[in-house]
Structures are given as C-alpha cells and as structure tokens.
Design a protein around this ligand. Structure first.
Ligand code: SER
Length: 319
C-alpha cells in the first residue's frame, strides 16, 4: 500500500482510518474521498488531498485512481442497518452498484480493494454462539443482503480476475471521534456520550441481547493488517470474522458505572433495531483470522471504557 483512496473518509471508520494511514504511510498519498454534504474538515482536510468520490460515479472514481496512481481502495461507503431498512433502494445502489464500479476500476487498473462486511451478514439461522467463519448466511435486513452480496462479488472478482480483494466482518464499532449513524449497534457508542454528559440514556436494544463489539483502534489495525498480510497465507478473503468482545446492554452499562456510577438508563426498545439485533450472532469465532494473518485484539471492555471516557471528557469539555 502506498497511494490509497479512502471512500467514505468522513464517516465513522473513514475519518480515523484516513488519519492512521497518513501517519503510518508518510511516503505515500492518502486521498480522503467524500460526497458533497459530508466534506472533510480540520485535520482530515489539512493533512492531505481530498476529492469527491461518489461510488455511483464510475468515471469520477477512475479519474482519482489515475490522477493519484492509487494502488489500494478502502471502500467504506455504506448505509448502516437501521437506515438501510428505511431506504433499501438507496442502500442497494450505494452498496452494490457502487461496489461494482469500484471492482471494475480495480480490475482495469490493478488496484487492491478492502470492502468491509459485518456481523450483519448473518441471520436467524446462523449458529449464534461461536459463529464459525464458514456458516449459514441468510440475513433478513437489506444491510445484511448487501453485505453477503459484497462478500460474494468481491470473491468473484478475486477468483475470476485476480483482483486483490480482502475484507473483515466488523462487529459493532465503538469510537469517540465520529458518531456512527443509523446502525443497530450505535447504542453502545451513544451510552458513553450520555454517561459523560450526565444525561439519562434511552436504550433501544432489550436487555439480554448479545452482540459482538470492538473498539475502533482494533478495527483500524485489522483493516491495515489484513491489507498488508502475506497473500499466500490467506485461505479466505471475503470476509474474515474478527472478534474482541461480546456483551449485552446491562454488561456495558455495568462497566461504565464502575467509572461513572450516576449513569441512568431507561429502555425504549425499537422493534426494527431489536429484530435485527436478535438475528445477529451473539459471539463470533475468529480463529481463521488469527491463523491466516495473526489477528489479535488489544482492547477489552475495561480498557476500552477507560479510554472512551477519558477521550470523551476531553472532546465534550466535561471534567
Ligand atoms: N454497526 C453496524 C450496524 O449496526 C453493523 O455492522 O449497522
């Protein structure tokens, strides 16, 4: 990886991944791709080039790839699960037509592509505990449908055309820099903001609902590690289970209360998000990622909580 295009660079993952790549690959160029209305600002804007990169505009993408001699694309454009249920056609357009544009450019220009999949690629018939790498994937949400299709199409371009496509199935991602927006796992980010601000948190997910979660620094490390992994070791490509922690709402609230005992929570379960959450794994088995590219998480619930609270207090100006 030298010259990299991050599509969706102002989103929850992209805003942090772009900065990490710029820090770690100073000899290359990392282009912050964005869509009008979600322009990069501050450090993201000032630390390197940016360009409009709408996945639905194949000619525009091809132009960026040529202009900056791009060798790797991180394709992070997506509507998250709850929003995709409200706008299924738009989700399909961005996640599928957009992906096809990127894969075609990658085929023509010899570019490697990382397009994340998700715990959302699994469904009610998937074994929920210790979800294996290779198992039943019959999701019922549009988000999940596009993620399974992303995995299949990415593998197709690898096997048929030799395009270097690689991917991980991200758990719910917890971070303090950029909010997610419209995901089923967002509650596990939002509760930290409420706790630090001293506000009551309204939880849309029912107690007892387990989902895989991960702290953003581990997720970013996984995305970079996999793209730098020795291809001869990869038996899988699209997409690897990765895991670090699994919890249900009461467990994360209990952990936060160890540091902010005043946290107040009330449940107002959202049926759309709850149905999606119930259909997803409780905990994934990531042994293939560990064996094929040495994946290992570094944060657990406790170290994540300490870091989240410390950084959110700084960000929100709260003592
Ligand atoms: N965080 C995502 C969502 O909730 C799952 O990949 O939609």
């Amino acid at each position: 990886m030298k010259n990299i295009l991050v599509v969706g660079s102002t989103g929850q993952i992209g805003s942090e991944l772009t900065m990490k790549l710029r820090r770690e690959i100073p000899q290359g160029t990392v282009v912050a791709g964005y869509i009008p209305g979600a322009e990069p600002k501050g450090e993201l804007l000032e630390s390197g080039p940016s360009a409009i990169a709408d996945v639905r505009d194949a000619a525009g993408l091809a132009d960026i790839v040529t202009r900056y001699k791009i060798d790797t694309i991180y394709n992070l454009a997506a509507l998250l699960s709850a929003v995709a249920e409200r706008k299924p056609l738009l989700a399909w357009d961005i996640q599928m037509n957009g992906l096809l544009n990127i894969l075609e450019i990658a085929r023509e220009k010899g570019v490697a592509v990382f397009t994340p999949s998700s715990i959302g690629s699994f469904g009610p018939e998937t074994p929920h505990v210790g979800t294996p790498q290779d198992t039943i994937q019959r999701p019922r949400s549009m988000y999940g449908v596009t993620k399974v299709a992303t995995e299949l199409l990415s593998d197709y371009y690898f096997h048929k055309y030799g395009v270097d496509t690689r991917s991980v199935r991200f758990p719910g991602l917890i971070s303090y820099t950029t909010l997610p927006g419209g995901g089923t796992t967002d509650y596990a980010v939002e509760v930290y903001y409420s706790a630090v601000k001293g506000e009551e948190f309204i939880c849309p997910i029912a107690p007892g609902t387990y989902m895989d979660m991960m702290y953003m620094p581990d997720a970013l490390r996984a995305a970079v590690m996999l793209m730098e992994a020795d291809p001869s070791r990869l038996k899988h490509r699209n997409s690897f289970n990765i895991a670090s922690m699994s919890f249900e709402p009461e467990q994360i609230f209990g952990k936060i209360r160890e540091y902010i005992p005043s946290l107040q929570v009330r449940y107002e379960v959202d049926p759309v998000r709850q149905a999606i959450a119930t259909s997803w794994p409780d905990s994934m088995d990531d042994s293939c990622a560990r064996a094929e590219w040495d994946w290992k998480p570094s944060f657990d619930m406790d170290s994540m909580t300490v870091d989240m609270i410390k950084n959110l207090r700084i960000k929100l100006g709260v003592k």
